[in-house]
Design a protein around this ligand. Structure first.
Ligand code: NAD
Ligand code: GLY
Length: 364
């Protein structure tokens, strides 16, 4: 087991990474204010992993409530949140109950937001089971739900007590989901670690083949970066750079996710196509060469990811959706772009004509 720490004063927490951690109740129990948990999962993950997690907890004398939600990005909404609240009230859960998110980013974001809201705040633990959740969404305390007008528009910053990333769960992950997680792994290389980008290029086939050692390196390095960025700028308030840089490709990607309908494009797929647009725009601003944009495109393609803008999403509609982006300040668009491969910046001065041209030139 490897352990990293997210340093946030009294809200600091460990990230444990390794095989078979699900069944290690001893890693969880010390974090429970009272031996009572509500495990939130979905209909796909629960049959695979719920009992592995709960049996050792029950054996340790922990009272366990199970809340099993339908599976899908389309359920990351108010209605599902209310299903969680109903169950917590029915089971007489209170402020000393710990919520455990067992699943991917959808379950993690929903559970974290429920924990932030219920009785004005409960402790929660992330047990991420997708690569995307293990390298990104389970760390950093962004929680929330989607609104029909925009991705992740309603939410809260609410840090978990613990992240338990059991790498063994990745063996059952569908190939398309594995690739979606690799988009966020590659993102860290692009925004702040050129040598990790080179490592990804050298090891992408091993990652795609689920080589345990390569996946562990990728998860650890990704969590290292995420933890460092979050510790410096927890609430994304830095006037330039900071946590916003983790959103490379996300302004364009969120427009794809919302514009195409939640769940049609996976989050990681939309981020991949969005990162290509960001790279292309960076080229138009004179920061990247055409060869470097091709390097980005090639790596994402090798990772099984889409690199073309969806043919049916018009530029006008995309710009309309992008106007709701959380990085927009006083109506001014702030984009995350690449000064070079391995260094990102937030940029508010990209001409709209260049943004339009960058999207158009990436259209499939
Ligand atoms: P997801 O949660 O929808 O999971 C992907 C699919 O894989 C689901 O069908 C799920 O049931 C299934 N699954 C999960 N684990 C499995 C396993 N071990 N074996 C087999 N199937 C498994 O998608 P995701 O990519 O994990 O997360 C995407 C979500 O995360 C989006 O809503 C995105 O907005 C959010 N996100 C949040 C943050 C953050 O900082 N909070 C960061 C990035 C993404
Ligand atoms: N995934 C972006 C962030 O956590 O800030």
């Amino acid at each position: 087991m490897r352990t990293l720490n997210v340093s946030l004063d009294s809200r600091s927490y460990p990230i444990h990474i390794g095989p078979s951690l699900l069944a290690e109740a001893a890693l969880i129990v010390p974090f429970l204010p009272r031996p009572q948990v509500a495990v939130i999962s979905n209909t796909t993950i629960a049959p695979l992993y719920l009992e592995k997690l709960t049996a050792p907890l029950l054996a340790a004398g922990v009272r366990v409530t199970e809340i099993i939600l339908p599976d899908g990005e389309v359920y990351k909404n108010w209605e599902t949140l209310n299903v969680i609240f109903d169950a917590l009230l029915r089971e007489r859960c209170d402020r000393a109950t710990t919520l455990i998110a067992l699943g991917g980013g959808v379950i993690g974001d929903l559970t974290g937001f429920a924990a932030a809201c219920f009785q004005r705040g409960l402790p929660f633990i992330q047990v991420p089971t997708t690569l995307l959740a293990q390298v990104d969404s389970s760390v950093g305390g962004k929680t929330g739900i989607n609104h029909p007008r925009g991705k992740n528009m309603i939410g809260a910053f609410w840090q978990p007590q613990l992240v338990l990333a059991d790498t063994g769960t990745l063996t059952t992950l569908p190939d398309r989901e594995l690739s979606a997680g690799l988009a966020e792994v590659i993102k860290y290389g692009l925004i702040r670690d050129g040598s990790f980008l080179t490592w990804c290029e050298a090891n992408v086939e091993r990652l795609m083949a689920r080589d345990a050692e390569a996946l562990t390196v990728a998860i650890e390095r990704s969590c290292f970066h995420k933890a460092e960025v979050v510790a410096d700028d927890e609430r994304e308030t830095a006037s330039s750079g900071g946590r916003a840089l983790l959103n490379l490709g996300h302004t364009f990607g969120h427009a794809i996710e919302t514009g195409m309908g939640y769940g049609q494009w996976l989050h990681g797929e939309a981020v991949a196509a969005g990162m290509v647009v960001a790279a292309e725009l960076s080229r138009r601003l004179g920061w990247l060469t055409a060869a470097e944009v091709d390097r980005v495109r090639t790596l994402l393609t090798r990772a099984g990811l889409p690199t073309e803008w969806p043919a049916t999403l018009t530029v006008d509609r995309a710009l309309e959706l992008m106007a709701h982006d959380k990085k927009v300040i006083a109506g001014q668009q702030r984009l995350v772009l690449l000064k070079r491969l391995g260094e990102a910046v937030t940029w508010k001065d990209a001409p709209e004509a260049d943004i339009r041209a960058a999207i158009e030139s990436c259209r499939g």
